[in-house]
Design a protein. Sequence first.
Length: 680
Amino acid sequence: MLGVAPVLGRDFRAEDDQPGAAPVVLISHALWQARFAADPAVVGKSIRANALPATIVGVMPPDFMFPFREQVWMAAQPSPTIAADADRYFDIFVDPHDDVAMAAVVGPLEGWLADVQQREPTTWSPRELSQVSMSQYYSDEETRKLLDLMLMTVGLVLLVACANVANMMLVRTLSRSRDLVVRLTLGASRARVAMLLLGQSLILTLLATLLAIPLAQAGVSWVVHAFDGTDEGPPPWMDFSVDAGMALMAITIGFGTALIVGVLPVLRLRTDALANSLRDGGRSVVGGGVGKLSRILVAGELALACVVLLTTLVMVRGVAALERTDLGIDPANLLTARIALFEQAYPEDADTTRFFERLTERLRGEPGVVDAAAGTTLPGLMAEEQSMQPEGLTVGEDGPPSVRFGEPAKEFIDTLGIQLRAGRGFDARDTATSDPVIVIDERFARSIYPDLDPIGRRVRIPAEGPTARWHTIVGVIEQMQLEDVGDPIRPSALVPLAQNPRRFVSVVLRTRGDPALMKPRLQELLHEQDADTPAYWLRTYDEVMRVAMVGERVLSGMFSTFGIIALLLAAVGLYGLIAQLVGQRTREIGVQRALGASGTDVLRNVLGTTMPQIIGGLGVGLLLAIPFAGRIEKVIPELTLEAFAVVWLVVILVGVALLATLVPARRALAIDPISALRHE
């Protein structure tokens, strides 16, 4: 269906998919080279996959890692005998004929799912069928909205750059007024002058584009490498690079900008201005309209920079706030690893319980380990969600409330440094045969039992169904963040792993020193206990949170870059305008100084000339920036627009504007009044 064939050996066959068939695997080209030294006789060799012997039947082409980063593929062998809680999910990929509408495919699939659910309601749990394209499969709606927002931000930065370059070209044309006057007076046509300026603009644009393309490639490489060591990011077969098409687009945009900003000053040239400039010694080749246009461009730069900067401030402050999220644990010196036990190796719940008890006991015996525990949840990263029914309380119209849910071992609360507020934690009394117990957090207690002591009360989890059980509350812990960082904090609860055994469990240990140094030893102990069971996601808790927030960090870095560029461009544009105005008024400033005006009076006069466009640009910018930055809240709800960010924005831009005004003004004040009077 994907149009891909193995480069060595064969593909899966129909008989490979039958329940009970001998396990066979396809391996990736990279794995073939790394583990088997590209041995052409690898087909037919036996390996162990998921703790069972399996035969290699083929090697896939280079860079094939469908659908994400997989390097080994096994025949699914779906069977009605698979337990409903085996955590096996199937995505259906459909490649319809060109003349077949997708609706003709979706209808039969929905019918098949309904039939399966009716025939095997306890074995199969079909999810609602959602029709998505392949691009939507790899990037959800939130991601696409965020990419659109980033593209709009880049467009704003481009507009700031265009306004800046156009303004600088106006200033440059003004500085060359005598040269242009002489050329036009000697008979050069306006088109000839335009070609001269345009040629210079195009050369500068070409040089800038040649410099920008490698910088863009470096930026793309930074984004891709930011996802190294994580499970996020694009699949490896998606190529992220600046190809010929992208380079051509960049050159086209650059040359289009050059055409506009190169010709614009010439179009503003006026015959009467030329005559005046020749009589006045070349001080003004452009009319007052150009000065007005220059001021409008600067105000526009400030307005657009205001939009980009406020968006950047919201993003950076939001990510910084997420990094300071209180997870309800002490994350210092914690090492974690995810372990999955195979059903065929550990068929009984008691087997899985004993496995994790033995492993954590051996870890606690290590000299560098303070404590160790196992649990299905990691605060700030992963947790289950279950419905609940408190005993004696009626369910509202919205149905039973939900709770974030985890199954830790009895040492879990102490190992993670979770504070106990009331009652007790889990201990040796909580076994597979004892009455089910539960520990809730403070948010759970406040929301369900605002005026009651929760200790000793019972909660049914899940609220209904064949697996529902009553649990007695034995303890209350501090508020926990079991959701992903940034998600709304909801009531959380823990039940003993011994009473709810699981095969997918995270091992957590607290060390006396650097937890990263314990990674090899943890792997050794696990291999000694079971050579077929690997540890993955082996990370310190700092690394866990870095991986959990890698997307937000990348976005923060990219928007920070956009904001810095926009701020620098606006500052340069404003400085160029002020320098132009001060340069034109050098003789006037000399006269004022000679007549006894103080430096403060001169600065006040200059500020009075420049402040209208600064205030106007900020005003328009805020009107545009606030709704634009508010779009981030719709894409990433955990990032909110605060009044503090708006205040910071105004302070930054006003400070930059004042600095860009004072520097050229002070330079003019440093000139001797007699020299200023002779200035041309």
